[in-house]
Design a protein around this ligand. Sequence first.
Ligand code: SAH
Length: 397
Amino acid sequence: MNVMTAPVPLIGLAPDALKAALIAAGVPEKTAPMRTRQVWNWAYVHGLNDFARMSNLAKDFRLLMAERFSLARPEVVTEQISTDGTRKWLLRSGGQEFETVFIPEPGRGTLCVSSQVGCTLNCRFCHTGTQRLVRNLTPGEIVGQVMVARDALGDWPSGASPGKVETGFPSGGATRTNAGADRRITNVVMMGMGEPLYNFDNVKAALAIVADGDALAFSKRRVTLSTAGVVPMIPRAGAEIGSALAISLHAVRDEIRDVLVPLNKKYPLKELLDACRAYPGVSNARRITFEYVMLKDVNDSLADARQLVKLMSGIPAKINLIPFNPWPGAPYECSEWEEIEKFAEIVNRAGYASPVRTPRGRDIMAACGQLKSESLKQRASERLAQMRSAELQRMPS
Ligand code: SAH
């Protein structure tokens, strides 16, 4: 395709940028605001990706749009469905692959979205951490993950699906059922591949569309951003994104956290917890979630549980205990179930809800920390195996 005429992707643009794109394509300034609202509505409320079906737009305008622009989402390379109903999509866009996971639960459904291809953080227990950072995802690729999932689950409010031909859509402005309890995806969590606060601008732009009442219309309380603790960005996340916050804590002493989450060497526990105390809008009704992966004989002692309770003092917190999800070559094991229960009891008795996160989608490598793009999986596990055998050789016999 000639580069000059390649359709310009519109998904992920802010309303102003969309308007500017329409004007650049010849839409008169006067009608541009209305056209912007119409296209926005078809794209994000109805989920259409085909301009020809935008029935309240003049034919000529539809043709112009189809010629110049695209509402394409990332391409679905594979879809895997776990025996527990969890679904994982391997997506491709801009020559890169990344993953999105849908976790259905009674009464709710959570979509776990990636922010980067690979990751720079190298957390010792995380599979994604064995893949180097390839690049940041664009706003279109981030919001596109939610749209792909809505396409695949038939989860657009008007029952639209991009491949289906329907007639009789409400003609624009029909957001009334958009955020309703009848949606299959009720929550969005930035807990897939990557560190969202290292891709701040793109995550912010994408979540603005996710939470826009005239777009994907998720309530900000149902959108959670999870960070390993990029302290200087936490106040900005609160002020500019305003979603719920989750912190990947995983250890209660700096010596251990330095190993598990190397970012801790830059931003140690005290600084991280101070930033949490100051997080805008945090209250008992809007608590910060602390994720804590249970690693056998590493961070799962009862002394650790008591220290965790101490650290939480003064922070409206929920504690999410995550049984470690294994991956090929992982250097850790999951704590024994009994240990997890004893740990949870101490935390519970101190007054913190501490649900143990049920591992979901382990059979399709969709559980926390197991995501990694297919193309790099093989190489990384080979690399790990080589490192291990080198380590073994160095050990005194
Ligand atoms: N970089 C962000 C987003 C990743 S979220 C962050 O660190 O928060 C993924 C969550 O799963 C994090 O809490 C991460 O620490 C956790 N996780 C990673 N690997 C895991 C594994 N193997 N088992 C269980 N949880 C894991």
